[in-house]
Structures are given as structure tokens and as C-alpha cells.
Design a protein around this ligand. Structure first.
Ligand SMILES: Cc1cc2nc3c(=O)[nH]c(=O)nc-3n(C[C@H](O)[C@H](O)[C@H](O)COP(=O)(O)OP(=O)(O)OC[C@H]3O[C@@H](n4cnc5c(N)ncnc54)[C@H](O)[C@@H]3O)c2cc1C
Length: 512
């Protein structure tokens, strides 16, 4: 059966509408003048402009939209614990499985989350978008090729290092970080302001970039955008990919509100359904290479906050007040970068200056938030197991995560703690929250589950164009494609790999 509102045949079907699916759709749309593209997502459309970053909405509207992203099962929605930095699920996300109080924090990834909405996690993300460095970078590609793709990704996401105006507090933090850590880097590298995906706005908060920025003109119309070649199907889940031999022929979709199932035929399919649900969909479709769901890695995340009583104020007053609705990012006045380096620094640090003046019970002085992400040791046994008998809330194969930290991972987390203690001391601040290793999954940077490789030897799922081994026209996208151990926030990297996938799809559709 086909759906009366959707085309029964398209050139490209994209499953998932986050930044990565949006990048594939936009690049193919621009490169192939005749291409008809359908992007299907199981989640609802939250805003008229598809994929608008919710940080750009006023607080009450934002909260309502976040609540609609939290999936079908109320037991997996974020708890109302009032914490400014959530350990388990941020607003707008939902846990992979309900939380149990007695479970160990670093085993089996209890904080694994996803977002189910048009735009995916990309309407909730913090927009930190630095480039991967040293051993984080893909050794499978010539360096220039990766850099070219990263430049396109930076353009698609409008990445800038000038998101915030300089403040006295920011200057103090930057100099302090430089004094402590610049000696760890090769000549010409060091700490600096953080590359962020946004457009700076003098006197106001930056305009945050979501998948809408990546989609560009395709985000601005209703269900049909541009010249009718591109459509977004919301609340439309891909249940199964259809294939014959080396060719994917299309997919079985379900419109969730009505339960109507229908098939769409496609010349190429790109599955960009996050690092957990992309392998789930392949598995449900009977595509089960040995590496599928394996090499799962998340970046051990260490978090602390410091109050610098006698320091300069952070600078919010300089750009006006904000309506504080419990989202700490609205109080941010600057973000700084302590980059990864190999050898030298296995953690990647993100340091925020925050004006605390609207916070009850906290003196209005400089508040510094620190988040360190570590590069995890990658192992095949860290994996998702897909059930043959149990189903999840979306009636897809239930997922169980097998995951643990190694001695080396714990040493990295110990270094993160020591770094943050050194920053607090050098700033003359007092910890409001001492450095804490957050539960596994809390970074939301899951990688490796559909990883890229140079040859089809059982240790990878796709080639360096993100094409699934054994298929001519099936592609995967998202953080799951990244095969290296990274500490950097991975979205820019994944969008760059999607730019390469889109070039391969476009060449195929053009018939090159
Ligand atoms: C609060 C928060 C802060 C973050 N901050 C940062 C940051 O600062 N920097 C950074 O790099 N990363 C950050 N991230 C992570 C970042 O958002 C993700 O890396 C990014 O969104 C991944 O993009 P994606 O398109 O691969 O997947 P997603 O954005 O997760 O989108 C996947 C989409 O697939 C859909 N889907 C899944 N299964 C199916 C199916 N079977 N059929 C149809 N649709 C399906 C989902 O509904 C979802 O919309 C953050 C995430 C959160 C939640």
C-alpha cells in the first residue's frame, strides 16, 4: 500500500531528520537538480520551521516542545530533579530504558538517551562544534579530503569562534586555562574560544543552529519545500528496509498516529537514525554484519562548577537580561576550549562562564561550568544486543547495552578531575559541585555502532563513503559511523562524513 500524501517512489529516502539526515538531504538536493527526496522521522514536528533549535524559543514554548520530543514511554522521560546539569536525561531526550536506582553508573550505559522529533537531538544540542584532532581524525582518508568535508560541515552548521563578545571574566578564564594547559600542545595550538554553531547577535544571545540551518531553504516551507522535490514526513517511522541482492529497493514506513503502513520505493536510502536506532533498523531489516552494534563508545564525562566570589562578573548585564526557565545555557556569557591532543591530552574540555544573577541563593558573581569528555578505549565487546523476542516502545527489537569502562578510561577520568581541580584553584574559586564522573551515556556522543572501515573484514559496517558493505545504494550516517576514539563533540565530524556520503549518493543519482 502507498500513502496518498507521499510519493510512492523517490530518488532518495532519508531516515531520520537530525543534523546528519538533514545534511545528506540538503547536499543531494543541491547537487542533483532532478532528485526527489523524502525525509521520514518517527517524531513530531515541533515548529513551523523544520528543525529549529529550541534554544531560540522563549522558555515556556521551549519546554512544551521539549516535552513532545521525549518519546512514547513516560517511564523513560527525564525526571524533574531540578538539577541544572542533568546526569541522566536532558529535557527533550528520553532514556533507552527506564532508570533503576540500584544500577551501577558506569556499567551497561544507564544514561543512554535519544530524541524523537523532527530535527532529532539537533534541536536540543549545545552547538559545540570543534574539529577532531590528531588520532581522533579518520586515518582512512587523506587529510585534505577530511578537512574539505569539515569545512563544508562548518558552513552548513554556521560555525564561528566569535559567538560571544569578550568580557573581563572570559579574559580571566582564557588566560588561566592558557597558563595551565598551553604547554601540553604542539607549537601553534592551545586553548581558545570554542567553535560554536550559531550566528552571533550583538546585545542578545546567539541564534543557535539546528537542522533548520543545515536544511536552509528546505526548512522554511510546510511539508513540501522548494520546488516540491523535498518532503518531510513527520511521525512516520521506518520499520524495515526492503532489498534484493546488493540493492535496497525502498522501505516499509508506518504513519504512527493512524498505524497505516506503506512502502516507498527509492533509488538510494540513507539511514541517519542516531547511533542506537540506525543499527536497530538494519538489524530489524535482516541486515546483520558482524560489527553491527559493536565498538559502541561514549565519552566518559566529568562535570563540575566553580564560584569565583571576588572575580569579575561574567558579563550577562552587558548583553541584557534573559528570562531564566531553568536552562543554564541561557545564562552563558562565554565558552572556551581545552582541546584534545595526542600525545598529551586524552580529554577535551569545555569551560563556560555563566552569570548567576537570576539564580536564587547564589551571589551574582562569576560562575564557571566545566565539562571534560574523554576518549574511550574502543572494544568489540561494548555493544548493543538486539532482542529476537522483546520489543521496545516503538515495537522495534529491544536493545540491551553491554558496556564498561577500562582501567585506561578510569585513568583518563582521573586526569579530568585533576584538571578541573587545577582550574578551580588557579581561579581562586570554590566548587559548587566537585568534579564528578557522570553515568555512562550522559555525554550523548555514542559512536562506533555502524563504523566505517577500509575493507569488509567483519570489523566495520560501511566503507569510507558510508555505504554499507554488500550494498550499492544503502548508506548510514551519524556518530555511529565514526570509528576512531574521540573526545571531541562529534556532530561536526558526523556531518562532515555525511557530506562525503551525499557526494557518493549524488554521483550515483546523476549516473557518474
Ligand atoms: C542536550 C544535548 C546537547 C548536545 N550538545 C552537543 C554539542 O554541543 N555538540 C555536539 O557535537 N553534540 C551534541 N549533542 C549530540 C548531538 O545532538 C548529536 O550528535 C546529533 O544530533 C546527532 O545527529 P544525527 O542526525 O545523527 O541524530 P539525531 O539528531 O539523534 O536524529 C536522529 C533522528 O532519527 C529519528 N529516528 C530514529 N529511528 C527512526 C526510524 N526507525 N524511523 C524514522 N526516524 C527515526 C529520530 O526520531 C531522530 O529525529 C547534544 C545532544 C543533546 C541531547
Amino acid at each position: 500500500m502507498s500513502c496518498p500524501e507521499l510519493p510512492p517512489t523517490v530518488d532518495l529516502l532519508v531516515v531520520g531528520s537530525g543534523p546528519v539526515g538533514s545534511a545528506v538531504a540538503r547536499r543531494v538536493y543541491d547537487a542533483v537538480p532532478h532528485a526527489r527526496i523524502l525525509m521520514a522521522d518517527l517524531g513530531p514536528r515541533l515548529t513551523g520551521q523544520a528543525g529549529l533549535h529550541l534554544g531560540n524559543l522563549p522558555a515556556p514554548e521551549r519546554a512544551a516542545a521539549q516535552a513532545r520530543s521525549q518519546g512514547r514511554d513516560p517511564e523513560t522521560a527525564p525526571g524533574e530533579d531540578g538539577a541544572l546539569v542533568k546526569k541522566y536525561a536532558d529535557r527533550g531526550t528520553h532514556l533507552l530504558r527506564p532508570r533503576r536506582d540500584d544500577e551501577p553508573e558506569q556499567f551497561a550505559m544507564p544514561a543512554a538517551v535519544m530524541s524523537s522529533n523532527i530535527g532529532g537531538m539537533g534541536v536540543h544540542w549545545a552547538c559545540t562544534a570543534p574539529r577532531p584532532l590528531d588520532s581522533e581524525r579518520l586515518p582512512l582518508l587523506p587529510g585534505d579530503d577530511l578537512d574539505a568535508a569539515l569545512s563544508v560541515a562548518e558552513h552548513l552548521l554556521s560555525v564561528t569562534r566569535d559567538a560571544y563578545p569578550a568580557t573581563e571574566a572570559g579574559d580571566l578564564v582564557l588566560k588561566t586555562l592558557g597558563r595551565l594547559f598551553d604547554g601540553d600542545y604542539p607549537v601553534g595550538r592551545g586553548v581558545g574560544t570554542m567553535p560554536l554553531a550559531c550566528t552571533p547577535r550583538p546585545g542578545r544571545r546567539p541564534l543557535w543552529a539546528g537542522p533548520d540551518t543545515v536544511l536552509g531553504p528546505l526548512a522554511h516551507a510546510g511539508a513540501t519545500a522548494g520546488d516540491g522535490r523535498f518532503r518531510i514526513a513527520d511521525e512516520t517511522m521506518c520499520r524495515r528496509l526492503l532489498f534484493s541482492g546488493r540493492m535496497v529497493t525502498g522501505a516499509l514506513l508506518e504513519h504512527l498516529p493512524t498505524g497505516t503502513e506503506f512502502a516507498v520505493r527509492a533509488s538510494a536510502v540513507a539511514v541517519c537514525a542516531d547511533a542506537l536506532r540506525t543499527p536497530q533498523l538494519l538489524w530489524a531489516s535482516g541486515i546483520r554484519p558482524d560489527a553491527l552494534g559493536r565498538y559502541l563508545n561514549d565519552q566518559p564525562k566529568t562535570v563540575s562548577s566553580v564560584h569565583v566570589k571576588d572575580g569579575p562578573t561574567a558579563g550577562l548585564a552587558a548583553r541584557g537580561t534573559v528570562e531564566f526557565g531553568g536552562d543554564i545555557r541561557d545564562l552563558e556569557t562565554g565558552r572556551f576550549w581545552v582541546p584534545f591532543a595526542d600525545p598529551g591530552r586524552r580529554n577535551h574540555g569545555q569551560v563556560m562562564t555563566i552569570d548567576t544573577s537570576p539564580l536564587e541563593g547564589v551571589d551574582p558573581a562569576l560562575f564557571v561550568g566545566m565539562v571534560w569528555y574523554g576518549a574511550k578505549e574502543i572494544r568489540a565487546e561494548d555493544r548493543i544486543e538486539f532482542s529476537t523476542s522483546e520489543a521496545d516502545a516503538y515495537d522495534m527489537p529491544d536493545m540491551t547495552v553491554h558496556y564498561d569502562l577500562t582501567a585506561r578510561d578510569l585513568t583518563g577520568a582521573e586526569q579530568a578531575r585533576a584538571d578541573q581541580e587545577a582550574v578551580a584553584e588557579a581561579l581562586g574559586g570554590e566548587f559548587l559541585e566537585r568534579p564528578e564522573l557522570f553515568p555512562a551515556g550522559s555525554s550523548k556522543h555514542y559512536q562506533g555502532t555502524v563504523r566505517m572501515g577500509p575493507v569488509d573484514d567483519g570489523t566495520s559496517v560501511c566503507d569510507t563513503d558510508s555505504r554499507v558493505w554488500g550494498f550499492d545504494n544503502l548508506y548510514v550516517g551519524g556518530n555511529g559511523v565514526i570509528p576512531t576514539a574521540t573526545a571531541v563533540n562529534p556532530t561536526l565530524y558526523s556531518v562532515a562524513l555525511a557530506v562525503r556520503a551525499a557526494a557518493s549518493i549524488s554521483a550515483r543519482l546523476i549516473g557518474v
